[in-house]
Write a protein that binds this ligand. Sequence first.
Ligand SMILES: Cc1ncc(COP(=O)(O)O)c(C=O)c1O
Length: 409
Amino acid sequence: MTSRRQFIKKGLLGSLGVLPLTHLSTTPSLEELKNASSDDELFALVRQQLHVPENRLYLNTGSLGPSPVVVTDAVHAMMQQLEMNPAIENWGDLGERMEKVRTKVGELINADPENVVLTRNTTEGLSLISQSLKLSKGDEILTTTHEHGGGEVGLDYLASTQGAVIKKLQMPVPAPSKEAVVEAVRSNITTKTKVVMLSHVNTLTGLKMPFEEISKITKSKGILLIADGAQAPGLVVVDVKSMGVDAYAASGHKWMLGPKETGFVFWSKELQQKINPVFTSSGLGSYSASSGTRNVALISGLGVAIDWLNVIGKEKVEKRCNEMGAYCISRLKELKSIVIISPQADSLSTGIVSFTLKEGENRKIAAELAKDNIIVKVLPKYNGIRISCHMFIVKSDIDRFIKSFSVLV
Ligand SMILES: Cc1ncc(COP(=O)(O)O)c(C=O)c1O
C-alpha cells in the first residue's frame, strides 16, 4: 500500500473548496479515497489522514474524535483568511461559508436547514432546548439511569425552575433486545409524562436507542421526544424524520471528527411553535444574526468534516464501526475477568463497546494501557472501560488492545 509520504498534497482540500495552505502535510487526495479498491484500503487511507501518531491506538473517539488533516488544515487556512481582514471576512466570504454548514448538517441528519441551529456542543444544544420548554409543576420528564451530565443539566434546570419531576428508568445491563428497551420506556410513561429525553447512542454502553418505535408511543400521547445525539452522527446514520424526534442535539467534535467546540441542534417546526424562542426575534433559522459573533473558521471546519465524511459514505462508516464493535465483543468474550455491558443484539449495538472489571481498578488499568500508547475511556459508574471503534480501527488494533489488557487483569 502507498505510504502517507507518497500521497499528493492538496487534492482533498481543493476539492472541498478550501484554500490550500502552502505547508500542507501530505495526505491522501479525495480521488484516492474515492478510488480505493476496497473498504479496507479506504479506511487505511482515512487512518493516514489523522494526526494521531502511527503507534498510538486511539480508542476514545466517544470523548473527543481526532480530526483529520483535511479538517485542521482547512480551519488553519480559514483562520488566516479571517485575520487578513477580520470584519469583512467574518460577515463576508467566511460568514457565507459558515451559513452553509446548516444546510450540510440538515442533509446529514435529514432536516430542513431552517430547523438547525449551530451550537458549541451537545450540552449547549440540550440546555437551549430545556430552557425553551414550558412545563407545569408535577409534569414528568422521563429519562434513563444511563444519561450523560450534558443532557441531565437541562433537565435539572426544568426541575428546579418549573417544578418538573425527573423520572429515571433503570436501563437493563446489558440490554437484551430492542423489544425490552421499548417496553422499559413504554411502562414508565404515565399520564403526567410531558417529555422523554434519551440518548440516541448511549455514552456508557453504546446502545442505539430504538427511536422509531419509541416515537410512535410518544406521538400517540402528545409527549415531546428529545434525543441526546452526542455519540451518534459519524458513528451511526442519523435521520431525525424517521426517528420521529421533536429535538435532537449533537456534537461535531466526537464521531464526526470535526473541530473542537462545534455542534448543532435540530428543532422540529411543530416544537418551534410550542416553545419560548431562544434566539428571540430573529428566530431559530438565523443563528448567526441572533447569537452574535461566532468562530467562522471552526464552524466552517465542521462543514469540511461533513464533506469529507460524505466522500467516505456515512452508511459505510456505520457498517465498519459495527463490524469492529462486533469483533471487539468477540475478543472480549475470551476474557474471564470482565463482564460486557454493551448490548449484543444487532439492532442495538454500535462501535462503542464497554465492560466492567470483576477485579482491579479501571483507572489504574487505563493508566497502564496509556503507557503502551493505548487510549481508552474509564467509566466510573461501573468500574468499567469503554472502547470506541471508529472507522480507522482495524482488527489488529483490537488484538493489540486485548493483548495489553489481558496481562493487566
Ligand atoms: C451522551 C452524551 N451527551 C452529552 C455529552 C456532552 O458532550 P459535549 O461535551 O460535546 O457537550 C456527551 C459527552 O461525552 C455524551 O456522551
